[in-house]
Structure formats: structure tokens, C-alpha cells
Design a protein around this ligand. Structure first.
Ligand SMILES: [Zn+2]
Length: 352
């Protein structure tokens, strides 16, 4: 048997939308009327990401060569469609959708819905099989549009929560599987396709065409939730203790809760602003976000960062360019800090 090669063309990462809601939650006062709503939005994103992460291990055990893309969002006829993970092989493609349903879940294929029961609580979701079949159809249309060869597309819904107890339509048995059944199901699917339709090279080209066409969902609190800028707290977080509101003392940031110092703590605040407002920044906006008072100091600090500038004098704007995949690790760290010391930081609002 030939050695199985895996090429991850687009790795799993925390999506821009999740980064935005995580950052918003850290800065939104707990008494804000939409605070609970944002808590739920964050919870949903975390569960989704956690579920997708659980696919990684079984996928890493795939014993046939394949390329892999996670969280792909492709434009089609003015709209977008999204896939949790896409496996490419020269014989077939496979779309996998991860679901984190827990407890008793009944599949009702006559009405295309899923009913989850948790004690007295009942929730109704859209049918995930219908969802993944729709993705298959849209992917086919997309590939036809760009004249890619007709290659079979398989679909799977993977249940990632161990407490999941399915019932209902048995027609769904091969389409909806628990995550511990994934490795064997992948082998079964692979054994059904022996004919090579696209060469290895073409598969790699197709994978990169998907990557080039990918457009992440980027939005901001005002647009998405009607939460405008002055409703969330500005300021620089202390990465040692999590306090919001470090002060600038002799060109260094100082935390007056834990005493820690930093030369570049403001960078994370700028990144937060990138997530919450957008990619442009004026000197005044920098001062408002960080609490730096002097125009001159702000200008010096901005000058160090190599941002592209355009416009003149007061209207001068800096164009922020950050990578959603690489530049937001501080946010994960901060979220964990808050989770670990939850009680201590219940009241996080701090004024300059
Ligand atoms: Zn501190």
C-alpha cells in the first residue's frame, strides 16, 4: 500500500466572528442589556469550534492520501455557503459537518428538523442532513461554474458530543454518526470509490482554488448586534492580571492592580479595535482606545508599528493589517485568564 499523504490546505482556526464576539464580551459591561445575548453568542461559537476540533484526531488517522480544508466559506451567486471540513481525494470529495448536540435527539426527516430534549427543555434545530446535502449541491454548482470535472461528493454529519443519544429515522444512520465511528466510516466510504477521476496534482490545484475563493465572515458589533462603540469599555488590558485600564507612565504601561509593566500592551487594544470597529485608525481613535493623552506620544507609538498611512495631518489614517489566524492569540490567553479567575474579575469595568 502506498503511504497516505495528508496536506492541510486550510487549517482549523478560530474564526473572525468568534474573535469579534470574544473581544466584545471582554469589554461589554456586565449590566449591558445585551450582555446575556453576547454570552450565548460566544457559547455557541465556542461549542462549534470545540466540536470541529474533535474531528481532527479521527481525520488524522485517514489511511488514504487526501487534502484538507476547514471552515471554508465560498461565494456563489451573491450569497455564501459554508462547510466545516472538506476532504479532497482524486476519487471523491467529502463534506463533513460537526454537530455538538447533547442528550436525547430525535431526527424527523419528514419535517426536516431535529428535536433535542434535555430534561424539560426542548429545542428544535434545522435538519443537519438537509443542511449538508444543500452544501453538496452548492459545491457542485460552484465546481461546474469553474469547469472542474464532475467528481462524486459524499457528505457526513458527525456528532461530537459523547452524551448524544439519537432516535428517529433509521434512514439517517449512515449519514449521522458519532465521532468515534468516524475513522471506520471514512474507510468504508473510501472503499466504495476505486476509480481515480482527478489527478493528485489537479486535486491540489482545486484545493488552492477553494482557498483563494474563501471569504471569511467579518462583521462588527454595531452592524450585527446594534451595539455601538461607546457601549463597550475602551482601554488596555493587563496581560498579567486581566485588569482593563493600564496607565502610561514614562512611555511604559503600568497596571495599578498587580504592578506589572509592559512596553507594548497597547498593541492588543489596537487589535481589539480592529475586531470591534474595523481596520482604520486615526491618532484620536488610538488615544480614545488606549487612554494615551498626548497626541505626540500617540503619534510616536503609532509610528513604531509600520502601519500603512494615508491622508494628512488630523485626517491621517493608519491601515491595520492583522492575520485572523496568527495575531489574536492574546485573546485566547485573556479569555482563559478570566475563566480561571472568574470570581475575582466579575466587575471588570474600570475607568481611566
Ligand atoms: Zn495587572
Amino acid at each position: 500500500m502506498l503511504e497516505a499523504k495528508c496536506m492541510i490546505i486550510k487549517p482549523l482556526s478560530i474564526q473572525p466572528y468568534q474573535l469579534m464576539v470574544e473581544s466584545l464580551l471582554l469589554r461589554l459591561p456586565t449590566h449591558h442589556s445585551k450582555h446575556n445575548f453576547i454570552v450565548n453568542a460566544v457559547g455557541k461559537e465556542r461549542a462549534g469550534y470545540y466540536g470541529e476540533k474533535k474531528l481532527m484526531y479521527p481525520i488524522s488517522k485517514i489511511d488514504f492520501s487526501h487534502d484538507l480544508l476547514f471552515q471554508l466559506r465560498l461565494p456563489l451567486n451573491g450569497a455564501y455557503f459554508q462547510m466545516d471540513s472538506l476532504v479532497l481525494t482524486p476519487r471523491f470529495l467529502l463534506i463533513m459537518e460537526a454537530k455538538n448536540y447533547s442528550d436525547d435527539v430525535a431526527f424527523d426527516s419528514d419535517f426536516y428538523r431535529v428535536v433535542q430534549k434535555r430534561g424539560d427543555e426542548v429545542r428544535v434545530y434545522d435538519d443537519p442532513v438537509l443542511q449538508v446535502e444543500e452544501q453538496r449541491y452548492l459545491l457542485q454548482v460552484w465546481m461546474e461554474m469553474f469547469n472542474y470535472p464532475d467528481i462524486p461528493i459524499e457528505t457526513l454529519v458527525v456528532m461530537t458530543n459523547p452524551s448524544f443519544r439519537p432516535s428517529g429515522d433509521s434512514r439517517y444512520k449512515e449519514k449521522i454518526i458519532p465521532v468515534n465511528r468516524l475513522s471506520s466510516r471514512l474507510r468504508e466510504i473510501s472503499s466504495q470509490y476505486s476509480r481515480q477521476i482527478i489527478s493528485r496534482k489537479e486535486i491540489s490545484r482545486l484545493g488552492h482554488a477553494f482557498l483563494d475563493a474563501h471569504e471569511p465572515y467579518v462583521t462588527y458589533p454595531d452592524r450585527r448586534f446594534g451595539i455601538v462603540e461607546h457601549e463597550w469599555n475602551k482601554g488596555v488590558f493587563c496581560m498579567e492580571c486581566g485588569r482593563l485600564g493600564m496607565r502610561m507612565m514614562r512611555m511604559r504601561w503600568e497596571c495599578n492592580r498587580c504592578g506589572s509593566r509592559s512596553g507594548d500592551a497597547h498593541i492588543n487594544a489596537i487589535k481589539d479595535r480592529y475586531l470591534l470597529v474595523g481596520p482604520t485608525l486615526t491618532n484620536a481613535e488610538f488615544r480614545e482606545m488606549t487612554g494615551v493623552k498626548s497626541v505626540y506620544t500617540a503619534s510616536r507609538m503609532l509610528g513604531r508599528e509600520n502601519y500603512n498611512k494615508y491622508g494628512k495631518n488630523k485626517g491621517r489614517k493608519h491601515r491595520l493589517e492583522y492575520s485572523y489566524e496568527k495575531d489574536f492569540g492574546y485573546l485566547e490567553y485573556l479569555v482563559k485568564l478570566y475563566q480561571d479567575r472568574q470570581i475575582k474579575f466579575k466587575n471588570k469595568q474600570i475607568n481611566f
